[in-house]
Design a protein around this ligand. Structure first.
Ligand SMILES: Nc1ncnc2c1ncn2[C@@H]1O[C@H](COP(=O)(O)OP(=O)(O)OP(=O)(O)O)[C@@H](O)[C@H]1O
Ligand SMILES: [Mg+2]
Length: 403
């Protein structure tokens, strides 16, 4: 509030007080009281505004309250003295009034000190809390003793502490994940690279016969293929995780796409004695998806299913739709996924124990990529309950306008 507003308020109060007295006791008394209001009020307001500007020099809150009360009571006492001197009332009455006023002023100053001390305690508790947060404490809750603006401040500070602690634990978890990822990538790159090094050293030494050399070259070509597929998967995953998605979405007839993918995998399945088939209703509504990415998901899932299904087993791709989604499932009759591994199979570089050396062929990125692709389409992927083998299901939004 500016001093001009304070003075305007004082003039209004003086006019009202003087007017009331004028009505009761005549114009002279009214004018005198109004003048007294103005004479005592103006310095009090002036000093109060000065105090607001120079609060830093006065010190604690209780001292600030005391100074204001002291100034107000002192000037009112002066006014009483002036009025007594002008003989409006007796010296005796003036003394009693002054005493009462001094007592009221002292009481007000004392009460102000008490309230200021309680307010100070709340302020200190907020201050100590904020300092502790700055020093790394995240378990504290700032408490205050009233239901006022300071309590609101404390509750905002508490909310801030909670958010800070959640953000830090998210950040810590993602740093851990990143560290594990780097360790896994380095490991998966090192193994084929060192075997490539050994093979190429052996060839360049010239100590191997031509048949062994051919076999070494073949092994090198396998290692290079596995390396480049790992690098491709990592590249794809990092683009997906960075949200670098520039695919076009279109209406995809799931039946055609599944059929095409199953045919592409048939040779691999046949070589393992696994029967692959699809069971897609003719009237299935189209999904809204990118066909290439969707095929990648189907490819990864069918490849996993074939890898984990023994000879004479089967892999079946099914699909159905509901009001909002098209759901696709790849089910097999293999060993299934252990319950304790189910939580982790979508994590990067996770490879199950159960299927031994056969499952160790992959990098453990297939399901992670599937999840990233499906989620980028606005769908989700999960393991459905199964009594035999694994059932991996995913959903995609229906193409709009499809009935
Ligand atoms: N159909 C399945 N049956 C049994 N286990 C499975 C099946 N699909 C996935 N898994 C388990 O989940 C793990 C992770 O699968 P994911 O596809 O991510 O990796 P991968 O197949 O081992 O390697 P990549 O896909 O990178 O070649 C597999 O190692 C395997 O243990
Ligand atoms: Mg896989």
């Amino acid at each position: 509030m500016t001093i001009v507003r304070s003075l305007a308020l004082l003039v209004l109060v003086a006019a009202l007080g003087g007017g009331a007295l004028a009505l009761a006791y005549g114009t002279r008394d009214g004018l005198l009281v109004a003048a007294l209001f103005l004479i005592t009020g103006t310095p009090v307001l002036g000093l109060s505004h000065l105090l607001v500007r120079r609060r830093d020099r006065v010190g604690s809150l209780s001292r600030q309250f005391q100074v204001v009360i002291g100034v107000a009571v002192g000037l009112v006492l002066l006014a009483v003295g002036v009025v007594a001197a002008l003989m409006f009332f007796s010296a005796h009455d003036a003394f009693v009034l002054a005493l009462l006023l001094a007592f009221a002023g002292a009481l007000a100053a004392y009460s102000a000190t008490l309230v200021a001390r309680a307010v100070m305690e709340d302020i200190e508790s907020v201050r100590d809390g904020v300092i502790a947060v700055g020093e790394g404490d995240r378990d504290l809750r700032i408490e205050t003793g009233a239901d006022d603006e300071l309590a609101e401040l404390a509750s905002s500070a508490n909310r801030m502490i909670e958010q800070l602690s959640e953000a830090e634990s998210r950040c810590g978890a993602s740093q851990d994940a990143r560290r594990q990822l780097i360790a896994a990538v380095s490991h998966d790159l090192r193994t084929p690279l060192s075997s490539l090094q050994l093979l190429s050293d052996a060839i360049s030494d010239g100590l191997v016969d031509s048949e062994t050399r051919r076999s070494y070259l073949q092994q090198m070509s396998v290692q290079v293929r596995s390396l480049s597929s790992l690098v491709e998967d990592l590249f794809e995953l990092s683009r997906l995780e960075a949200g670098d998605i520039d695919w076009s979405l279109q209406q995809v007839q799931m039946g055609d796409l599944v059929e095409e993918t199953v045919e592409a995998m048939r040779a691999q399945a046949d070589s393992r004695g696994v029967l692959v088939s699809s069971d897609i209703p003719d009237d299935l509504v189209p999904a809204r998806a990118n066909p290439e990415k969707l095929q990648r998901v189907l490819f990864n899932l069918i490849q996993n299913a074939i890898r984990h299904t023994p000879a004479d087993g089967s892999v079946t791709v099914r699909a159905e739709s509901n009001e909002h989604h098209v759901e696709v499932e790849v089910a097999d009759t293999g060993g299934g996924i252990d319950e304790h591994e189910q939580e982790r199979v979508f994590e990067p570089f996770f490879r199950g124990e159960q299927n031994g050396s056969r499952s160790r062929k992959g990098a453990g990125l297939g399901l992670t990529i599937c999840r990233a692709i499906v989620e980028a389409h606005g769908g989700r992927i999960w393991l459905a309950p199964s009594t035999e083998g694994a059932r991996v299901r995913f959903s995609l939004p229906r193409a709009t306008g499809a009935s």
